[in-house]
Design a protein around this ligand. Structure first.
Ligand code: HXC
Length: 258
């Protein structure tokens, strides 16, 4: 499928989706958002794909929603258009892991998009922020909720109320990103992580993703019960037998998603 605002490459079980509006620092306009929703849905449905990488350019993962496109919209336009929601819904439906590879700016909707992924690996030049307050609005696709869960109330309030940016070192210290790497090594590091994920049993991978995500949706007791039930159910798979046999036979496991 040919896209105009993103580039999609599938290589050895990994789909890489690159946001590609470099002149606008990958600002998220409605065309890009609909292409992104489609690419995520396609990658999830593609049996060859076992992990997805979402990235931008060296200068910007994405500098937010497209301010030029949004600026003249009315409440009714925004309410009835709800133009971000299909992408948010598409991302939420993806069962395979999505890694955000962030270099440069991840601001506003860009930061929110990164946080919709399963984890974020960033370059040492990354800058995260929710600067919507400077535009007279607030975050609109999860920033107030997700950033607060990632970094806690105090830092989240600071970011949303002052509009300041967080650098890579602070983002790692605060738990927003899982790793920081030198900018030149970002894609190699993310690719290595994606390849590692792609080697596992897809059944256990999806189960792990669902179980971690339950932590954000339910009580500890219910989350622990969900985890235990899923853990028990994995003993019904051939991949569990293969994984544990391979350990004992001191060889690497050959998972077959059964
Ligand atoms: C549209 C954008 C843009 C954006 C940058 N550009 N961000 N266009 N929407 N969000 C465009 C600029 O207009 C410019 O194009 C080109 O990209 C390069 O940007 P510069 O500002 O010249 O670059 P620089 O001086 O390096 O500054 C980089 C920056 C700054 C700090 C990232 O661009 C910036 O502050 N951008 C806006 C960040 C922001 O407020 N994001 C939140 C958006 S609201 P031209 O052609 O003009 O030279 C949001 C809401 C989400 O995300 C909720 C949705 C429901």
């Amino acid at each position: 499928m040919a896209y105009e605002t993103i580039i999609v490459e599938v290589e050895d079980h990994v789909a890489t989706i690159t946001l590609n509006r470099p002149d606008a620092l990958n600002a998220l306009n409605s065309h890009l958002l609909s292409e992104l929703a489609q690419a995520l849905t396609e990658a999830d449905a593609n049996d060859k794909v076992r992990c997805i990488i979402l990235t931008g350019s060296a200068k910007a993962f994405a500098a937010g929603a497209d301010i030029k496109e949004m600026s003249e919209k009315s409440f009714v336009d925004m309410f009835l258009g709800d133009f971000f929601q299909p992408t948010v819904d598409a991302a939420a439906k993806v069962r395979k892991p999505i890694i955000a590879a962030v270099s440069g700016y991840a601001l506003g909707g860009g930061c929110e998009l990164a946080m919709m992924c399963d984890f974020i690996i960033c370059a040492d030049n990354a800058k995260f922020g929710q600067p919507e307050i400077n535009l007279g609005v607030i975050a609109g696709i999860g920033g107030t909720q997700r950033l607060t869960r990632y970094v806690g109330k105090s830092k989240s309030m600071d970011m949303h109320l002052t509009g300041r940016f967080m650098d890579a070192e602070e983002a790692e210290r605060a738990g927003l990103v899982s790793r920081v790497v030198p900018a030149k090594q970002l894609m190699d590091e993310v690719r290595t992580a994606a390849d590692k994920i792609a080697e596992k049993s897809m059944i256990a991978t999806i189960a792990a993703k669902q179980a971690v995500n339950r932590a954000y949706e339910t009580t500890l007791t219910e989350g622990l019960l969900f985890e235990r039930r899923v853990f028990h159910s994995l003993f019904g798979t051939e991949d569990q037998k293969e994984g544990m046999a391979a350990f004992q036979e001191k060889r690497s496991a050959q998972f077959r998603d059964r």
